[in-house]
Design a protein around this ligand. Sequence first.
Ligand code: NAI
Ligand code: MG
Length: 363
Amino acid sequence: MSKKTFRIAAIAGDGIGKEVMPEGLRVLDAAARRYGIGLDIVEIEWASCDYYAAHGQMMPDDWKQQLQGVDAIFFGAVGWPATVPDHVSLWGSLLKFRREFDQYINLRPVRLFDGVPCPLAGRKPGDIDYLVVRENTEGEYTSLGGIMYEGTDREIVIQESVYSRHGADRVLKYAYELANRSRRKRLTVATKSNGIAISMPWWDKRAEAVGQDYPDVSVDKQHIDILSARFVLQPDRFDVVVASNLFGDILSDLGPATTGTIGLAPSANLNPDRKFPSLFEPVHGSAPDIHGQNIANPVAMIWSAALMLDFLTESQGAGRAAHDAIVQAIEAAIVQGPRTRDLGGQASTTEMGKAIAERVAQG
Ligand code: NAI
Ligand code: MG
């Protein structure tokens, strides 16, 4: 049987990115060995503020060529605001990947684990378990607009939102597919068609049109304001949630916040067409306040590794099994320890990573 080897670019970035990356790679390696998945890891130093300090830019000019043939990017965190302004580090690296690799899906699983205190009163594992699908390339986030009469009392500013049928349909289709494969087959479409009276009624219509192909999926259209309230009050209502760029950005921080520490939340920036590499990263940043102490929680990085294996193998066979084994090992480590401080324990980043890798290795 011929086995495909996946080529992965591992970019640690800055701060705790450099501390959680080794644990992500440790668990990836354990999973690849246990489930017979071929991985070729290329470790990359650029896309970091250290590289910026030496070269005056975040990435080499030929970054795209260097990533040619890579199946996925496994990314730590970027940002060191003490020396490089955040908009420079982010736009010079991560946002280039998202845009130039057309990673039009931002996927964030939201799940309450056993053993993690929930900020929402009375919630238990199983009550919060859904996926947020955010459009990642257009919508409210554009560079179209400008300021006129700046500095005078006639000053005006315009920033356009842009939705395309191409852009909306592909993210909606992706979300319907996910919902169709989920146990509850429920899709929530975030909208604001009562207030944003041109683009959002159009978005709702696209959701209806794309939904024609998915008769088994039950669709629940909700205005973003009450939808946000329900993330807090009735999280058990949700299965798959799809939203435009801005609404999805907010929902995908609110959701993970309701499940405890940010140290757990993973994310995927996907190019589902597989024309370009997709990128898998923790939701958190480089956490300058705790870096260098080996106390960061490595779970978000490790869970991102599981999402990567699942995507690379199209949720089939060994990749799916490896994904499930990693998530189960995370679940066990959170309940039984060793746990990092943000989870109320005393373990180091390395100890928690090793414990999860050992569980994965044992299957
Ligand atoms: P942050 O996520 O780095 O930190 C927020 C808070 O959460 C801090 O108190 C931190 O100690 C804590 N925290 C984060 N990850 C943790 C973990 N794994 N275990 C335990 N505690 C954890 O966000 P902040 O402080 O706003 O940004 C710091 C830098 O990171 C900035 O330069 C920012 O631009 C960058 N950033 C990069 C992101 C990325 O690479 N995708 C995402 C978010 C921020
Ligand atoms: Mg955000």
